[in-house]
Design a protein around this ligand. Structure first.
Ligand code: AMP
Length: 212
């Protein structure tokens, strides 16, 4: 099974991908995570991407498409694309890549979450710098302030989860990513899941949409 998980920033793509990785032996291809790790490593790609990410803008298509191509060259079936494609242009490029690697996407699952919930989730989100565990200041706080329960690492707010950047990310999402709903409806891969539920219920809804 190969999946695309798409939706607004804060819709829960990362959280659900983690569950699918642990329970269903799928591998996650998160372009956001790949870009953040490129920035951490100060690679050429990271240096090019940082300015866009910090402003809440999309990184140019050719950079993210190149990154996904590298992952496809290493891993085959059993993937979740998390945060890619994010534009119709990327979706068209993905079709070409899939053909090249003889792969097929079975479902493109849209996580539907109301705007107000997205704002609450994004502004309160905190992330461990070492292991990436995600927390929330009110719904999932760390036991000791700013210390990761899992690894003892430093738990911080992502630069792009700051208030002024969130607004831009949501605007970018509306302009570029929402049109993907129509795109995947046309390809017949579209499925919609209510992402405004607890983690387990969202996971169960994703599982049932996978078996349709
Ligand atoms: P995410 O972790 O998926 O929320 O992504 C964080 C940021 O990385 C986004 O706000 C974009 O700046 C960038 N990014 C991630 N995936 C893509 C993509 N498919 N296309 C363009 N930019 C991306």
């Amino acid at each position: 099974m190969n999946l695309i998980l798409f939706g607004a920033p804060g819709a829960g793509k990362g959280t659900q991908s983690n569950l699918l990785v642990k329970r269903d032996q799928l591998h996650q291809i998160s372009t956001g995570d790949l870009l953040r790790s490129a920035i951490k490593n100060e690679s050429q790609l990271g240096l090019k991407a940082k300015g866009f990410i910090d402003k809440g803008e999309l990184v140019p298509d050719e950079l993210v498409i190149g990154m996904v191509k590298e992952v496809f060259a290493l891993h085959g079936n059993g993937f979740i694309l998390d945060g890619f494609p994010r534009t119709v242009n990327q979706a068209a490029a993905l079709e070409v890549l899939l053909k090249e690697f003889h792969l097929v996407v079975n479902k493109a699952i849209f996580l539907e979450v109301p705007y107000k919930t997205l704002l609450t989730r994004l502004s309160g989100r905190r992330v461990c710098k070492s292991c990436g565990t995600v927390y929330h200041i009110s719904s999932k706080p760390t036991s000791i302030e700013s210390v990761c329960d899992e690894c003892g690492g430093n738990v911080v707010q992502r630069n792009d989860d700051k208030e002024e950047v969130i607004a831009n990310r949501l605007k970018t999402y509306e302009e570029f990513t929402i049109p993907l709903k129509k795109y995947f409806k046309q390809t017949g891969q579209y499925a919609e899941v209510n992402g405004d539920q607890d983690e387990e219920s969202v996971y169960m809804s994703i599982k049932s949409s996978m078996n349709l």
